[in-house]
Design a protein around this ligand. Structure first.
Ligand code: ZN
Length: 363
């Protein structure tokens, strides 16, 4: 499978300046290439290359590989939409290949308009290990004033674990994740921080000043980073549970989330939040990294079905937390029972095994 790992560069002011000028120049080249492509209705990469390469090389002072990447960027843009002339942000990201960018132990040697620079970078230990397997393209990007590299790595996909049984996961809001073993992964801290910020957020929203807007943005950033950290930990624990007991994981099919939204109105606001989908994505990603198969199951009535007698009734769910079957009287924690139903619905022979590109956040 392919991963994208994120490295933060620590350039000197001179190096940062060289990087910025290089991006600006490359994007000017993209604009020039794009105009030719647009005017001649030439949109395939090879054809654009033939029409523009020599001129762009002669005009912009860019190295051959950068020009090739610029042509590819323009061709990609027209793949999405040929109805308008595509233009490029002056500081939009550009791609490097291994001939113009190479990783050393703690620095990266990268081509700029001023020639090669060795620029130190920081990243986590796991990212560093993965860099050994780095092949192919790396994007240079300026994000909120800081320089980053996004490097593509090929990692070996582990053979799926050969086991029996399925660990069902019910994702919700009151209990962020509940597994069919009965463990509630609550992420309490996550709710606390939301709650703590709520009155402050309301106050700031009423103010409508620029300073208030700035503080709101900062608050949102803090919450997002914190939620990401919580999700990493929760997903790690869940996947470790499945891996340690040689089981697959079952989740509700994404399409089901809307069905569930009508069932649990009170959770609507939070259900739509990205944190919910992020946790799900982390579980899928970490499972693939560990060779844990993931099944996506039909989500209909998972929270209303009795696992003992099969009775489906809205009334089975007495409260948010309590399940009591109206027919046979089976009672238990509603989310644990839902997780059990999810586990039961997994067809044990047809695991979903992702082969798509995934990305991993730092840390
Ligand atoms: Zn029952």
């Amino acid at each position: 499978m392919r991963l994208t790992i994120q490295l933060k560069l620590q350039p000197t002011p001179e190096q940062a300046d060289a990087l910025a000028r290089t991006l600006v120049r490359a994007n000017e080249a993209c604009d020039a290439i794009s105009r030719v492509a647009w005017e001649t209705r030439t949109f395939r990469q090879f054809a654009i290359h033939k029409a523009t390469y020599a001129d762009v090389r002669a005009t912009f002072g860019l190295t051959a590989q950068v020009v090739v990447r610029c042509i590819a960027k323009v061709a990609d843009a027209y793949k999405i939409d040929k109805k308008v002339l595509r233009t490029f942000r002056p500081l939009g990201a550009i791609a490097y290949d291994e001939r113009i960018l190479s990783f050393k132990a703690a620095s990266v040697s990268i081509w700029t308009l001023d020639g090669r620079h060795a620029i130190p970078f920081v990243c986590g230990a796991r990212q560093r290990a993965l860099l050994a397997a780095q092949r192919g393209e790396t994007d240079l990007a300026l994000v909120n004033g800081a320089w980053y590299l996004f490097a593509t790595c090929d990692v070996e996909t582990p053979a799926p674990i050969d086991g029996e049984g399925v660990l069902g996961i019910d994702l919700g809001v009151t209990n962020i994740a509940t597994d069919s073993d009965g463990t509630l992964h609550q992420g309490k801290a996550l709710k606390n921080i939301r709650y703590r910020h709520r009155s402050l957020r309301n106050k700031l929203q009423r103010k409508r000043t620029q300073g208030a807007r700035r503080r709101l943005r900062k608050l949102a950033g803090q919450e997002r980073r914190f939620a990401t950290w919580v999700n990493h930990n929760l997903s790690k624990r869940i996947v470790a549970t499945a891996e340690g007991t040689k089981r697959a994981i079952a989740l509700e099919d994404l399409k089901g989330i809307r069905t569930r939204v009508t069932a649990r109105k009170s959770q609507r606001a939070t259900l739509h939040s990205w944190a919910f989908f992020q946790l799900r994505a982390f579980i899928v990603y970490k499972a693939a990294r560990s060779g844990v198969p993931v099944h996506f199951v039909d989500p209909r009535n998972t929270s209303r079905t009795c696992p003992r007698c099969g009775c489906i009734d809205k009334a089975n769910r007495k409260t948010q937390a309590a399940f009591v079957c109206t027919r046979c009287g089976l009672a238990g924690h509603a989310d644990v029972i839902a997780a059990g139903i999810i586990a039961c619905r997994a067809p044990v022979n047809a695991p979903y095994y992702p082969d798509t590109e995934q990305s991993v956040a730092p840390g």
